[in-house]
Design a protein around this ligand. Sequence first.
Ligand SMILES: O=C[C@H](O)COP(=O)(O)O
Length: 248
Amino acid sequence: MRRKLAAGNWKMNGLGADLAELDRLCAAHPAPNCEMLICPPATLIHRAATLAEGTALRIGGQDCHAATSGAHTGDLSAEMLRDAGATHVITGHSERRADHGETDAIVRAKTEAAIAAGLTAILCLGESLAERESGRTLDVIRAQLSDSLPEDFSGETLVVAYEPVWAIGTGKVASLDQIAEVHVFLRSQLLERLGADGDLIRLLYGGSVKAANAAEIFAVPEVDGALVGGASLTAADFTPIVTALDRA
Ligand SMILES: O=C[C@H](O)COP(=O)(O)O
Protein backbone atom coordinates (compact mmCIF):
# COMPACT_ATOMS: atom_id res chain seq x y z
CA MET A 1 0.00 0.00 0.00
CA ARG A 2 1.49 3.35 -1.02
CA ARG A 3 1.09 6.17 1.50
CA LYS A 4 -0.17 9.25 -0.27
CA LEU A 5 1.99 12.36 -0.28
CA ALA A 6 0.98 16.02 -0.29
CA ALA A 7 4.19 17.90 -1.09
CA GLY A 8 4.54 21.67 -1.26
CA ASN A 9 7.39 23.37 -3.08
CA TRP A 10 7.81 26.96 -2.00
CA LYS A 11 10.40 27.60 -4.74
CA MET A 12 12.15 30.97 -4.21
CA ASN A 13 9.46 32.24 -1.85
CA GLY A 14 9.37 32.63 1.89
CA LEU A 15 10.97 34.65 4.66
CA GLY A 16 11.10 33.89 8.36
CA ALA A 17 7.70 35.44 8.96
CA ASP A 18 6.15 32.93 6.56
CA LEU A 19 6.98 30.05 8.89
CA ALA A 20 3.74 30.98 10.65
CA GLU A 21 2.03 29.25 7.71
CA LEU A 22 3.65 26.00 8.80
CA ASP A 23 2.30 26.42 12.33
CA ARG A 24 -1.17 26.83 10.82
CA LEU A 25 -0.69 23.80 8.61
CA CYS A 26 0.40 21.62 11.53
CA ALA A 27 -2.56 22.82 13.58
CA ALA A 28 -4.97 22.01 10.74
CA HIS A 29 -3.56 18.50 10.21
CA PRO A 30 -2.38 17.03 13.51
CA ALA A 31 -2.67 13.45 12.23
CA PRO A 32 -3.26 13.27 8.46
CA ASN A 33 -3.54 9.91 6.72
CA CYS A 34 -1.23 11.17 4.02
CA GLU A 35 2.36 12.27 4.38
CA MET A 36 2.58 16.07 4.44
CA LEU A 37 5.73 17.78 3.23
CA ILE A 38 6.86 21.35 2.64
CA CYS A 39 10.07 22.18 0.79
CA PRO A 40 10.89 25.78 1.75
CA PRO A 41 13.92 27.67 0.45
CA ALA A 42 17.18 26.38 1.92
CA THR A 43 17.46 29.39 4.22
CA LEU A 44 14.38 28.22 6.13
CA ILE A 45 14.95 24.46 6.27
CA HIS A 46 16.50 24.33 9.71
CA ARG A 47 13.94 26.64 11.30
CA ALA A 48 11.09 24.85 9.55
CA ALA A 49 12.35 21.44 10.67
CA THR A 50 12.69 22.66 14.25
CA LEU A 51 9.17 24.06 14.16
CA ALA A 52 7.84 20.79 12.70
CA GLU A 53 9.41 18.56 15.33
CA GLY A 54 6.76 16.39 16.97
CA THR A 55 4.19 17.19 14.26
CA ALA A 56 3.08 15.32 11.13
CA LEU A 57 4.84 17.83 8.88
CA ARG A 58 8.05 16.84 7.10
CA ILE A 59 10.51 19.31 5.62
CA GLY A 60 12.46 18.90 2.40
CA GLY A 61 15.01 20.63 0.20
CA GLN A 62 14.42 21.81 -3.37
CA ASP A 63 17.73 20.65 -4.80
CA CYS A 64 21.05 19.15 -3.74
CA HIS A 65 24.51 18.82 -5.24
CA ALA A 66 25.68 15.43 -6.45
CA ALA A 67 28.88 15.62 -4.40
CA THR A 68 29.04 15.17 -0.65
CA SER A 69 31.32 18.18 -0.07
CA GLY A 70 33.93 20.30 -1.82
CA ALA A 71 34.56 23.46 -3.80
CA HIS A 72 31.03 24.18 -5.07
CA THR A 73 30.26 27.72 -4.03
CA GLY A 74 26.62 28.31 -3.25
CA ASP A 75 25.63 24.66 -3.44
CA LEU A 76 24.35 22.36 -0.70
CA SER A 77 24.97 18.65 -0.36
CA ALA A 78 22.24 16.17 0.45
CA GLU A 79 24.00 15.44 3.71
CA MET A 80 23.82 19.14 4.65
CA LEU A 81 20.07 19.15 3.98
CA ARG A 82 19.66 16.10 6.17
CA ASP A 83 21.80 17.72 8.87
CA ALA A 84 19.51 20.77 8.75
CA GLY A 85 16.47 18.57 9.37
CA ALA A 86 15.26 17.69 5.87
CA THR A 87 13.83 14.24 5.18
CA HIS A 88 13.18 14.70 1.46
CA VAL A 89 14.64 16.58 -1.48
CA ILE A 90 13.28 17.45 -4.91
CA THR A 91 15.58 16.55 -7.81
CA GLY A 92 15.28 17.39 -11.48
CA HIS A 93 12.59 20.04 -11.19
CA SER A 94 12.00 21.52 -14.63
CA GLU A 95 12.92 24.98 -13.36
CA ARG A 96 16.36 23.67 -12.39
CA ARG A 97 16.66 21.76 -15.65
CA ALA A 98 15.89 25.03 -17.50
CA ASP A 99 17.63 27.60 -15.29
CA HIS A 100 20.72 25.57 -14.43
CA GLY A 101 21.10 23.30 -17.44
CA GLU A 102 20.53 20.13 -15.43
CA THR A 103 20.65 17.10 -17.69
CA ASP A 104 19.20 13.69 -16.93
CA ALA A 105 22.71 12.52 -16.00
CA ILE A 106 23.09 15.34 -13.47
CA VAL A 107 19.63 14.67 -12.08
CA ARG A 108 20.47 11.00 -11.72
CA ALA A 109 23.69 11.83 -9.82
CA LYS A 110 21.81 14.19 -7.51
CA THR A 111 19.12 11.61 -6.90
CA GLU A 112 21.73 9.01 -6.04
CA ALA A 113 23.41 11.47 -3.65
CA ALA A 114 20.07 12.19 -1.98
CA ILE A 115 19.36 8.53 -1.41
CA ALA A 116 22.90 7.89 -0.18
CA ALA A 117 22.42 10.66 2.39
CA GLY A 118 19.26 9.02 3.70
CA LEU A 119 16.78 11.39 2.07
CA THR A 120 13.74 10.47 0.02
CA ALA A 121 14.23 11.90 -3.46
CA ILE A 122 11.28 13.36 -5.34
CA LEU A 123 12.43 12.98 -8.92
CA CYS A 124 10.62 15.33 -11.31
CA LEU A 125 10.05 14.84 -15.00
CA GLY A 126 7.67 16.13 -17.63
CA GLU A 127 7.33 17.20 -21.22
CA SER A 128 7.38 20.70 -22.69
CA LEU A 129 4.46 22.09 -24.66
CA ALA A 130 6.32 21.57 -27.95
CA GLU A 131 7.00 17.95 -27.02
CA ARG A 132 3.36 17.34 -26.19
CA GLU A 133 2.09 19.08 -29.30
CA SER A 134 4.36 16.98 -31.48
CA GLY A 135 3.04 13.77 -29.91
CA ARG A 136 6.28 12.88 -28.16
CA THR A 137 5.10 12.98 -24.54
CA LEU A 138 5.51 9.30 -23.69
CA ASP A 139 8.86 9.05 -25.51
CA VAL A 140 10.15 12.03 -23.52
CA ILE A 141 8.87 10.57 -20.26
CA ARG A 142 10.37 7.16 -21.03
CA ALA A 143 13.78 8.69 -21.77
CA GLN A 144 13.76 11.03 -18.75
CA LEU A 145 12.78 8.19 -16.46
CA SER A 146 15.33 5.69 -17.69
CA ASP A 147 18.14 8.28 -17.84
CA SER A 148 17.51 9.95 -14.48
CA LEU A 149 16.55 7.01 -12.30
CA PRO A 150 19.29 5.98 -9.91
CA GLU A 151 20.79 2.50 -9.88
CA ASP A 152 19.17 1.46 -6.60
CA PHE A 153 15.93 2.81 -5.20
CA SER A 154 12.78 1.67 -3.46
CA GLY A 155 9.39 2.95 -2.41
CA GLU A 156 11.05 4.32 0.73
CA THR A 157 13.75 6.27 -1.06
CA LEU A 158 12.17 7.47 -4.29
CA VAL A 159 9.03 9.28 -5.40
CA VAL A 160 8.43 10.25 -9.05
CA ALA A 161 6.62 13.50 -9.81
CA TYR A 162 5.09 14.05 -13.24
CA GLU A 163 4.99 17.76 -13.97
CA PRO A 164 4.14 18.82 -17.52
CA VAL A 165 6.26 21.96 -17.96
CA TRP A 166 3.42 23.81 -19.67
CA ALA A 167 1.17 23.33 -16.62
CA ILE A 168 3.57 24.70 -14.01
CA GLY A 169 2.54 28.06 -12.61
CA THR A 170 0.39 28.73 -15.67
CA GLY A 171 -3.03 27.88 -14.31
CA LYS A 172 -3.29 25.30 -17.13
CA VAL A 173 -3.88 21.88 -15.64
CA ALA A 174 -3.35 18.76 -17.67
CA SER A 175 -6.65 17.03 -18.41
CA LEU A 176 -7.54 14.05 -16.26
CA ASP A 177 -7.01 11.81 -19.31
CA GLN A 178 -3.56 13.27 -19.91
CA ILE A 179 -2.64 12.79 -16.25
CA ALA A 180 -3.96 9.22 -16.29
CA GLU A 181 -2.12 8.33 -19.49
CA VAL A 182 1.26 9.43 -18.16
CA HIS A 183 0.79 7.99 -14.67
CA VAL A 184 -0.31 4.60 -15.99
CA PHE A 185 2.66 4.69 -18.36
CA LEU A 186 5.06 5.55 -15.51
CA ARG A 187 3.69 2.68 -13.45
CA SER A 188 4.18 0.26 -16.32
CA GLN A 189 7.76 1.45 -16.79
CA LEU A 190 8.50 1.01 -13.09
CA LEU A 191 6.95 -2.46 -13.05
CA GLU A 192 9.05 -3.38 -16.06
CA ARG A 193 12.20 -2.23 -14.31
CA LEU A 194 11.53 -3.39 -10.73
CA GLY A 195 9.02 -6.20 -11.10
CA ALA A 196 6.32 -6.16 -8.41
CA ASP A 197 8.32 -3.62 -6.38
CA GLY A 198 7.52 -1.06 -9.08
CA ASP A 199 4.12 -0.90 -7.46
CA LEU A 200 5.67 0.58 -4.30
CA ILE A 201 6.95 3.80 -5.91
CA ARG A 202 4.65 6.76 -5.32
CA LEU A 203 3.67 8.88 -8.32
CA LEU A 204 2.74 12.55 -7.88
CA TYR A 205 1.13 14.99 -10.27
CA GLY A 206 2.33 18.59 -10.30
CA GLY A 207 1.17 21.62 -12.29
CA SER A 208 -1.37 24.19 -11.11
CA VAL A 209 -2.90 21.90 -8.48
CA LYS A 210 -5.23 23.83 -6.19
CA ALA A 211 -8.14 23.29 -3.86
CA ALA A 212 -10.65 23.46 -6.71
CA ASN A 213 -9.11 20.65 -8.79
CA ALA A 214 -7.30 18.51 -6.21
CA ALA A 215 -10.06 15.96 -5.53
CA GLU A 216 -10.60 15.10 -9.20
CA ILE A 217 -6.85 14.78 -9.79
CA PHE A 218 -6.46 12.52 -6.76
CA ALA A 219 -9.14 10.22 -8.16
CA VAL A 220 -7.04 9.56 -11.30
CA PRO A 221 -5.54 6.05 -11.41
CA GLU A 222 -1.95 5.81 -10.13
CA VAL A 223 -1.93 9.36 -8.72
CA ASP A 224 -0.58 9.07 -5.17
CA GLY A 225 -0.56 12.76 -4.37
CA ALA A 226 0.69 16.09 -5.67
CA LEU A 227 3.71 18.33 -5.85
CA VAL A 228 2.20 21.76 -5.36
CA GLY A 229 3.87 25.11 -6.00
CA GLY A 230 1.84 28.29 -5.66
CA ALA A 231 -0.99 26.74 -3.66
CA SER A 232 1.41 25.48 -0.99
CA LEU A 233 2.53 28.94 0.11
CA THR A 234 -0.27 29.48 2.59
CA ALA A 235 -1.98 27.08 4.95
CA ALA A 236 -5.32 28.39 3.72
CA ASP A 237 -4.56 27.17 0.19
CA PHE A 238 -2.67 23.97 1.06
CA THR A 239 -4.97 22.66 3.79
CA PRO A 240 -7.88 21.80 1.45
CA ILE A 241 -5.43 19.95 -0.82
CA VAL A 242 -4.19 17.86 2.12
CA THR A 243 -7.78 17.22 3.15
CA ALA A 244 -8.73 16.16 -0.39
CA LEU A 245 -5.82 13.71 -0.45
CA ASP A 246 -6.78 12.31 2.94
CA ARG A 247 -10.25 11.62 1.56
CA ALA A 248 -9.07 10.14 -1.76
O1 LIG B 1 6.94 22.00 -7.80
C1 LIG B 1 5.80 22.36 -8.08
C2 LIG B 1 5.37 22.54 -9.43
O2 LIG B 1 6.33 23.16 -10.21
C3 LIG B 1 3.99 23.07 -9.62
O3 LIG B 1 3.94 24.45 -9.41
P1 LIG B 1 2.48 25.18 -9.46
O4 LIG B 1 1.61 24.39 -8.53
O5 LIG B 1 2.75 26.57 -8.99
O6 LIG B 1 2.02 25.07 -10.87
